[in-house]
Design a protein. Structure first.
Length: 548
């Protein structure tokens, strides 16, 4: 290793200052090209965060993202902000916490610019509605998948000569990506209804940016049909879960399948009941009446005679009949309060009216449990035991009309679960096409730079230094150049070597004698052969002439 280092150092010294400077420049250029290419080709992809922003919002967003350590870029127009792909949701949540951007939607900050003088009640109401719309729109945009939102609210108005009060209503327009729009629309309706006083969810209309109606009118999830369907699905799932818990420990999770169909009644019931208890009575009032009556009656009667017809004659009265009576009455009335109980029951629940259960068991599993010599009777008995177990786990009621069926069948291999399709090679290549192109371009650039720059430079540094040769003299150069005579002799020798030829001058020798090159042509040929040696020869000639 030290010998190689010394060889490199000696080679560098032999190059001279000029060549070393050129090598250093080439090395810096190569490293710069590699660095720029790596930065350009491997820079992260950016997604648009917000568009149409004011310059003040762009500055504030840049400060917040910089403090949070999230990279960002500003569009060429200066009104849009871009962040690396994958950090869009994080950046939006962070900016939403800071109340940014303020120019996208007008919120409660509208009251910051409202003066205290000259503001009418109408202007105050309009500003309040605008602020409420802006705040609700910001909250909707914080939902995952919602790119933009705009809210319009119509508040209720009270008038002196209006009999019916106008109910508030609202409309929402959203722009979304990668979410279930209908489910999000139902959530948005309840969000807006809860934020506006007196607003019900059925008065909120939700549309998307393409004009498609997502939710309007009554909430379909609150209908009786939807409620019944939801209750049925819940009951079926619960019963199926009970069956799985009961059979998994015995048969294994892949050796049975259960299907449950439940019919439920979700009608609202109200029951009123009054109960009287005759054994528990309480005296409420007692009334007693006592009456004593004594009656004496005496009647004097005048007898009918002649004397009554004589004038001035007074008839003598005689005693008439006499009577006397005595009555004694006693009456007592007692009022009792009978104990009674009144019960009013309102039920909004449900009741299972009928249930159908089907369970299939893997026959191979039963054979493995019972042994290879298991008889059909043993398998049927084990199936009956499983049916009893399922009956107890599901709350089976024969009086209600429930039906249960347990069968042992042979399962088909490979259908235990739904196979998830694997992404093919072409799909993977398509998803990572951009990354592959960038990586390939970077590899090609590095290879070209290394092959045409680093490899020659490394070869030059590691090559063994050759000793400097002194410049040859003019006579040596003259002798090294081929002359016509030497060429003719070589040709004659070659011709003489051929069979059937005779030695002697040939016409070609005479022609070469006539066309012998001039000294200037020979000097030009020397320059073409080796410029450096020719220059050294000329410098020596000039030095010899000066010395003479």
């Amino acid at each position: 290793m030290p010998e190689q280092i010394q060889s490199i150092i000696s080679n560098l010294r032999g190059f001279g200052v000029k060549r070393l400077a050129m090598l250093a420049g080439i090395a810096v250029l190569v490293m710069g090209v590699i660095g720029i290419a790596s930065v350009y080709l491997n820079r992260p992809a950016y997604d648009t965060l917000y568009v149409g922003l004011d310059r003040a919002d762009v500055n504030q967003i840049g400060l917040v993202l910089g403090e949070a350590g999230i990279g960002f870029d500003v569009g060429a127009d200066g009104t849009s902000v871009l962040v690396p792909a994958g950090t869009t949701a994080q950046a939006r949540m962070l900016l939403a916490e800071k109340g940014l951007p303020t120019s996208a939607n007008a919120g409660y900050e509208l009251f910051d610019n409202v003066g205290s003088l000259g503001l009418t009640s109408f202007m105050q109401q309009i500003t309040r509605v605008r602020a409420l719309e802006g705040e609700i729109a910001r909250t909707i945009q914080s939902i995952s998948g919602i790119k933009a939102a705009r809210v319009h609210i119509v508040m209720s108005e009270r008038a002196n000569f209006r009999r019916d009060e106008q109910q508030p209503s609202a409309s929402v327009v959203i722009r979304y990506a990668g979410i279930d729009a209908e489910k999000s629309a139902m959530s948005i309706r309840h969000l807006v209804a809860a934020a506006v006083p007196g607003l019900s969810a059925d008065k909120v209309t939700v549309l998307d940016s393409s004009g498609n109606l997502l939710a309007a009118g009554d909430d379909p999830s609150n209908t009786s049909a939807a409620r019944t369907l939801g209750v049925e699905q819940t009951v079926e799932a619960q019963i199926g879960d009970n069956i799985r818990r009961a059979l998994t420990a015995y048969l294994g999770p892949d050796n049975f399948r259960a299907s449950v169909k439940a019919e439920v009644n979700t009608d609202t019931r109200q029951t009123e009941e009054t109960i009287f208890d005759p054994n528990s009575r309480v005296e409420r009032s007692v009334q007693s009446v006592r009456a004593n009556e004594n009656n004496n009656q005496k009647q004097a009667s005048t007898p009918a005679s002649v004397e009554q017809n004589l004038p001035e004659t007074q008839a003598t009265a005689t005693d008439g009949p006499q009577s006397s009576s005595q009555n004694d009455r006693r009456e007592e009335i007692t009022n009792y309060e009978i104990n009674s109980k009144k019960i009013a029951t309102v039920s909004n629940g449900y009741s299972v009216t009928k249930m159908s259960i089907a369970v299939v068991v893997n026959q191979q599993r039963l054979t493995a449990i019972l042994g290879k010599d298991a008889t059909p009777e043993q398998i049927a008995k084990r199936v009956a035991d499983i049916q009893k177990m399922v009956t107890s786990a599901t709350g089976f009621d024969e009086k209600r009309g429930d039906v249960i069926d347990v069968s042992a069948v042979e399962f088909i291999d490979g259908l235990d679960g739904e196979a998830i399709p694997q992404a093919g090679m072409l799909d993977s290549i398509g998803q990572h096409a951009g990354t592959l192109i960038n990586a390939g371009a970077f590899i090609v650039v590095v290879f070209l730079v290394a092959f045409f720059g680093l490899k020659p430079m490394a070869a030059a540094l590691t090559a063994k230094a050759t000793p400097a040769l002194s410049g040859p003299s003019f006579d040596d150069v003259q002798r090294s150049l081929p002359t016509p005579e030497a060429t003719a002799a070589a040709d004659n020798a070659a011709v003489a070597a051929l069979p059937g030829t005779r030695p002697g001058p040939t016409p070609l020798d005479d022609l070469r004698q006539k066309i012998r090159p001039a000294p200037q042509d020979r000097l030009a040929r020397m320059v073409d052969l080796n410029e450096e040696r020719t220059a050294q020869i000329l410098r020596k000639w000039a030095a010899q002439e000066v010395a003479v």
